[in-house]
Design a protein around this ligand. Structure first.
Ligand code: SF4
Length: 155
């Protein structure tokens, strides 16, 4: 049996996004319908509610959060780092259970972003770095790509 791909649930139309919506991409949903993928939402797995106050990483990227050098704060100024670390650990557990080698994750998210994330000022500006879960998965040798890179690659 082919290995399953780990996918950000919001990309398959699951309403787990901070505002109660989703980030549906038909190309990603197709993978789920073909039984090639499993879905995760690290922020829900970390115990955060939906809808929730949006969060961004302050003081670095996901790797710095894992190293306790940066924090994940919500727009109200509340520290949500513990939930993000928990969500990353639970996602890694699922990835290991299914022996996942590839993840297609939502770009720019403080959990799922890969290579580029929002800069921590809630201004829409971006910075280099991964989300917390993406950083943890990469540390474990799992390839993480964002949805735009995946979709470009199949076109
Ligand atoms: S944590 Fe990931 S899966 Fe969950 S809503 Fe945010 S981007 Fe989507």
């Amino acid at each position: 049996m082919k290995r399953l791909i780990l996918i950000s649930a919001c990309l398959a139309g699951i309403d787990c996004k901070y505002n109660g919506g989703n980030n549906l991409k038909e190309e990603i949903l197709k993978l789920v319908k073909e039984k090639k993928a499993i879905l995760v939402c690290p922020e829900q797995l970390g115990g955060l509610a939906t809808p929730r106050v949006p969060c961004e990483i302050v003081g670095g990227g996901g790797q710095a959060v894992l190293e306790k050098q940066a924090k994940v704060m919500n727009k109200n100024g509340e520290d949500q780092t513990t939930c993000f670390l928990k969500g990353a650990e639970e996602t890694l557990k699922i990835a290991k259970l299914y022996d996942v080698r590839t993840a297609i994750f939502k770009g720019k998210s403080p959990s799922c972003g890969s290579g580029t994330i929002y800069d921590g000022n809630f201004s829409g500006n971006k910075k280099d770095g991964d989300g917390v879960t993406a950083a943890l998965l990469k540390n474990e040798g799992i390839r993480v790509v964002d949805e735009e890179t995946f979709i470009k690659g199949i076109k």
